[in-house]
Design a protein around this ligand. Structure first.
Ligand SMILES: *Cc1c(COP(=O)(O)O)cnc(C)c1O
Length: 392
């Protein structure tokens, strides 16, 4: 039986059209786009075309798109580059629920003496714009707020946040890695100054991302070397990656009017079925302001990691939501910030749907999930206690 892939928020399969667009640049058109001869100019043109297409999809201008080696690099560049460009400003504002690409960049800056404010979130994972208004200072160098959270899917009120940063004249960066290609994104409508995106989250290849930088935003380079990307991001371009990213985004944006509601329906059906058929479960994230494909549920009396392994043995692939880099069973910083008790945070699982998933996948998952949860609970001393006490 085929694997049941329900981890599209971790990465996605490369779309055949993206792969087809990439192949010529790995074969015949291998030339360095910075060279002056004819075939190299063809490669340069392909990069320029990809840049224009990507810019168009987020309502930016081509010269505001800079290719990077990943979403993580784009996030790091936005933060490190913004503070380096404004040396008199020593304050940064971000949220408690950022991806590690932003969170750990902020921690690194804190170690270098910067003052970082981590905005709290409510139980649904939403930032309150009033908290941002209170936190903004004249010496705030940059504000970074994730557009849609990778673990729980909550979509932030960025238009309100953007209005505040614009009024304070502070650059606003957003990590839109989970959003671009999945929900409409318009940098002008939201008053965004910098935006990170990554191809492998929307059916492009790994190892290629981009940072949108609004014209006039103070930003120092992160990498020094060649004059690529108009001197702002050194390093020979990942040509196949760039072309593949644009091709993938073209497809994702073209299919969005159909895919967004279809995947949202899968999400809502799975959430409803789990809550109905499996007792002692709690949905995480905002009920409606959430990414189309994201389902995050806590299973009481169970370790998410154990459940994942059970599913893995049955070729069903999901995630706890938080990449557990240390190998330690540390609860997700996102769920903790939302106020979940340890037990519920440790029992959380994320299922993320994508373009390959169908209704039949939900039937298959439920057939695996229900007995797996029952079996794990039967072995759980916590559950045993709970049953003996006869609590509700
Ligand atoms: C995946 C992800 C990143 C990191 O992107 P990479 O290209 O894998 O480095 C950053 N932020 C969010 C929200 C993500 O989901």
């Amino acid at each position: 039986m085929d694997a049941l892939y329900l981890d599209n928020a971790a990465t996605t399969r490369v779309h055949p059209k993206a792969l087809a667009a990439m192949m010529p640049f790995l074969e015949g058109n291998f030339h360095n786009p910075s060279s002056v001869y004819g075939p190299a100019r063809v490669v340069r043109q392909a990069i320029d075309e990809a840049r224009s297409q990507i810019a168009g999809h987020i309502n930016a201008r081509p010269e505001e798109i800079f290719f990077t080696g990943s979403g993580t690099e784009a996030d790091n560049w936005a933060l490190h580059g913004a503070v380096a460009a404004s040396p008199a400003k020593r304050h940064i504002i971000t949220t408690a629920i950022e991806h590690h690409g932003v969170l750990y960049a902020c921690r690194a800056l804190e170690k270098r003496g910067f003052d970082v404010t981590y905005l709290p979130v409510d139980a649904d994972g939403l930032v309150n714009p009033a908290d941002l208004a209170d936190a903004l200072r004249p010496d705030t160098a940059v504000v970074s707020v994730i557009m849609a959270n990778n673990e729980v899917g909550t979509i932030q009120p960025l238009a309100e946040i953007g209005a505040l940063t614009r009024k304070n004249n502070t650059p606003l960066h957003t990590d839109a890695v989970q959003s671009v290609g999945h929900i409409p994104v318009d940098v002008d409508a939201l008053d965004i100054d910098m935006l990170a995106l990554s191809a492998h989250k929307f059916y492009g290849p790994n190892g290629i991302g981009a940072l949108y930088v609004r014209k006039g935003t103070p930003l120092a380079p992160l990498l020094h070397g060649g004059a690529q990307e108009r001197g702002r991001r050194a390093g020979t371009e990942n040509v196949a990656g760039i072309v593949g990213m644009a091709a993938a985004l073209n497809v994702a944006v073209a299919e969005m009017p159909r895919e967004q509601p279809r995947v949202t329906a899968l999400r809502d059906r799975l959430m409803a079925e789990i809550l109905e058929k499996i007792p002692h479960t709690k949905p995480n994230g905002h009920p409606t302001r959430r990414l189309p494909g994201n389902v995050n549920i806590s299973f009481r009396f169970i370790e998410g990691e154990s459940l994942l392994l059970h599913l893995d043995m049955q070729k069903c692939y999901a995630s706890t939501g938080s990449a557990c880099s240390s190998g330690a069973l540390e609860p997700s910083h996102v769920l903790m910030a939302m106020g979940l008790p340890h037990g519920l945070a440790n029992g959380a699982l994320r299922f993320s749907f994508g373009r390959d998933n169908t209704e039949a996948d939900i039937d298959r998952l439920m057939a695996i999930l229900v007995p797996s949860v029952e079996r794990l609970r039967a072995m759980s001393p916590l559950y045993d206690d709970f049953v003996k006490k006869g609590e509700k």
